[in-house]
Design a protein around this ligand. Structure first.
Ligand SMILES: Cc1cc2nc3c(=O)[nH]c(=O)nc-3n(C[C@H](O)[C@H](O)[C@H](O)COP(=O)(O)OP(=O)(O)OC[C@H]3O[C@@H](n4cnc5c(N)ncnc54)[C@H](O)[C@@H]3O)c2cc1C
Length: 416
């Protein structure tokens, strides 16, 4: 048994604390905020078993031109954002070649395939079943050609990775989804995915489970992390917190902290926004409006629209133009109702150019571990990579000759 400090209480950190605790370690979970209040709060809440392939950077000229000219709502960018992330974007571009993406997907699909099974016992033990729908995820296509292409893509995913789906014509879908105002051309219904009506609430429920099992939650700023003669220490609000090992689960902030230890990790930080509406009727299951890159999901707080990616500089002013455009077009598909007044939320998908999360020990820094870089699917994958991290920390998973653990990017092979 070790004393372990987990820094960052998003879905990844909370799951990591639970996995380590489950193996008999004494764990302190520390964050500068309460659990589940950053990226893990504001996402679209889908446990994406269908996401067998990580999101690659498009490489074809027409799509790149469309992005460059601002003709797409699923991605926007600013010159400062592109300049700040240029080295990471270049690596991302190279890693997105068909051959490399295929190789990464062979691994990634094994992670997402375990997602629902890994969440299930935590949902049960934390009494959160009321937040979860096992109704799948729908991808709505307005254009018949796009629907045809999507159907053949879904068939490919089914054949390659066993991802279950139904292709449903728009008129038939209207009978299944009475909240829609008009029929799309067609819908790909990925039936194996789950969804959560309060992602921050689920993260908090997992954190409460960790506490109820004897874990400690502390307020601390990770920036105070320092090495001691016996391990690691942060300055907590109620005094120093010491441990033999520390696991960094700081999502999009992990790269900043590693820099303090002279370690450089190029990250692609994809900002996203959400807004809530008092819709008179919620959809039965979340759906992606494919033409707009917007996910529409019924949440406890209201109908949530979640935007695609904005490649902007860290700390850039909020620019929720993707939400504004979506509001206009999604409003024709489903009655949004009045927008709920709240400060504009934004969060950042912590993406690594190699498209796999980075999990494992940091080379040459005894007792320093990382579990971050879950990109578009951190809410999905939290419990899955938590288990990998915990098994590796207990010496049950061996690194190969390149320093890699199974299914993830290991720091030894990635960090400079
Ligand atoms: C719009 C949008 C929609 C998304 N939809 C989905 C979806 O449907 N399904 C899915 O699987 N994923 C989705 N994602 C991605 C997912 O939300 C993230 O991958 C995931 O939340 C990352 O979790 P995390 O625990 O790594 O990071 P976070 O949840 O951000 O947690 C990091 C924690 O570190 C803490 N922290 C940071 N700095 C410090 C410090 N100095 N000291 C102490 N604590 C610190 C923060 O307070 C925070 O609690 C979406 C993301 C966005 C933006």
């Amino acid at each position: 048994m070790q004393d372990i400090l987990v820094l960052g209480a998003g879905m990844v950190g909370v799951s990591t604390a639970l996995a380590l605790q489950g193996r008999g370690h004494r764990v302190v979970l520390a964050d500068r905020r309460a659990p589940g209040e950053e990226t893990s709060y504001g996402n679209a809440g889908v446990i994406q078993a269908e996401a067998a392939e990580p999101y690659a950077m498009p490489r074809d000229l027409p799509t790149l031109l469309r992005y460059a000219l601002g003709g797409s709502n699923d991605l926007v960018w600013s010159p400062a954002g592109i300049a700040a992330m240029a080295p990471a974007l270049w690596r991302y571009f190279r890693a997105s070649s068909p051959a490399r993406h295929r190789a990464v997907s062979a691994v990634y699909s094994q992670l997402t395939a375990q997602a629902c099974t890994a969440h299930a016992p935590l949902i049960e033990a934390s009494g959160s079943g009321n937040l979860i729908a096992r109704e799948g995820l729908a991808i709505l296509h307005r254009d018949p050609k796009a629907f045809e292409v999507a159907a053949s893509e879904a068939r490919r995913l089914q054949e390659a990775y066993g991802v279950p789906f139904r292709a449903v014509a728009g008129a038939a879908w209207m009978r299944e989804e009475p909240s829609l105002l008009k029929a799309p051309a067609g819908v790909i219904h990925y039936t194996g995915s789950w969804s959560c009506s309060d992602p921050g609430g689920l993260t908090k429920a997992y954190a409460a489970l960790f506490e109820s099992r004897g874990g400690t939650i502390a307020a601390a700023d990770a920036a105070t992390l320092r090495r001691t003669s016996s391990g690691w220490q942060v300055a907590g609000a109620e005094g120093p917190v010491s441990a033999q090992a520390v696991v960094l689960c700081l999502g999009p902030w992990t790269g900043q902290l590693l820099k303090r230890f002279g370690i450089s990790v190029p990250m692609v930080l994809k900002r996203g926004y959400h807004a809530h509406y008092q819709a008179p009727q919620m959809p039965r299951r979340p759906f992606l409006d494919a033409a707009n890159g917007i996910v529409v999901a019924g949440m406890r707080k209201g109908l949530r629209l979640s935007s695609g990616a904005a490649l902007v500089a860290h700390g850039a002013k909020a620019d929720p133009r993707q939400l504004r455009r979506a509001e206009a077009s999604v409003g024709g598909l489903i009655e949004l109702g009045p927008r709920i007044e709240e400060p504009q939320w934004s969060g950042t998908r912590p993406c690594l150019p190699g498209m796999l999360p980075m999990v494992g020990p940091v080379p040459r820094e005894t007792g320093l571990w990382v579990n971050f870089g879950h990109g578009h699917q951190g809410f999905t994958l939290g419990p899955v990579t938590a288990d990998i991290l915990a098994r590796a920390l207990d010496g049950e998973l061996k690194q190969d000759a390149t320093g890699s653990l199974p299914h993830v990017l290991s720091p030894a092979s990635q960090l400079s």
